[in-house]
Design a protein around this ligand. Sequence first.
Ligand SMILES: Cc1ncc(COP(=O)(O)O)c(C=O)c1O
Length: 445
Amino acid sequence: MQKKLPQIRTPLPGPEAQKILALDHQYVSPSYARDYPFVAKRGAGMLVEDVDGNTFLDFSAGIAVVSTGHCHPDVVRAIQRQAETLLHMSGTDFYYPLLAELAQKMAEITPGDFPKRVYFGNSGTEAIEAAVKIARHYTRRHRIIAFLRGFHGRTLGALSLTASKAVQRQRFGPLLPGVTHAPYAYPYRCPMGCKPGECANHCTCADYIEKTLFKTITPPEDVAAVVIEPVLGEGGYVVPPAVFLQRLREITQKHGILLIFDEVQCGMGRTGKMWAAEHFGVVPDILCTAKGIASGMPLGITVARAGLMDWGPGAHASTFGGNPVACAAALETIRLLQEKYISNAAEMGRYLMDRLADWTSKHPKVGEVRGLGLMIGIELVKDQATREPNPEGRAQVIRRAYENGLLALGCGESTVRLMPPLVLEKEHADFAMDVLDRCVTEIEK
Ligand SMILES: Cc1ncc(COP(=O)(O)O)c(C=O)c1O
């Protein structure tokens, strides 16, 4: 693990990996969706080593989780110190300093200059569940508006909001009643038929909520919350026009509806600012985050305007939520992000976008490149004129990248997503761009 760039020493998967794969395929739930047979042994910074000693550059960051890179020494030390002191006590029934300290920190760093309260869970899904329960409890309304292509988790409540892939819902219904899905402003494939560029000043997707939903099936007086990812993650790494989110803020304010931002994937510095919300000048009432918050320790956080948490003791809690070790990792992660890695994400994001700037002209199968900071999507199409999605091409690119030492994942129907740890350096970025450039060229032949 000394080297900065990947080295592949065995055919893939190697002999040790094959043993683990056989065991995994026998015992582990087949619901996990693995695109290629990478079997991790250890990680450091941008690199991960597999069980056969091959090293890979990780442009997946464990699905946007290891924000400070694999096993950042400062985070590891914080975890070790805390593990030796107190592993668990449960904030649901007792007090401990880290829970209150992290709550204070989250209230300080989240958008909005108003008093806030913080709820702790163990995952992104739980952060969403809590937000929806807060919204229903506070407003005494039951309806929720979410968005097509959005992803908010897989427990039955969160799944009711998720509208990313049919397989995630198939045979799990009926889900939570009162959830309506509206179109997400996706300029490259506008669901309302606008052409790219037309959405800059006026968003017909936001209009649809006011002019259609509110007047037909979703009376605004019944709506507790609008839940949205300010940048779409799982659904395709889509950056909406600012006017979309700004209009949602106006519409929700007008009708006493809470605006909930799901920053589980796009938060924690990934977009080059601590919160994606900051790019759009919109302050939500409730913000959910998880993934990158604790560099790999399980933690989900829901931050709300203080007055919204008008629920009393026993209304909601989780045994493990805000575990002291996860809190220690989060505080150290936030310190590192603020000190250097958020600015690095902005700088390296610009560097990657510069390298990708001519891809739609030089690659006939690249339909669009989009993103903010280190949240970048490369959408593959069968041809640029029809924009027909190219999921087979995407699968091949990702597989070939793996064989060349680069771990990447897909999102949406046919987008390759780049979500490296925020510690990315130019040398890594160049390696990744060269590999992907070659892989896309190969599938175009
Ligand atoms: C935007 C968003 N919300 C919620 C979730 C669910 O998070 P978790 O898998 O930690 O439950 C995810 C996970 O991918 C996500 O990307």
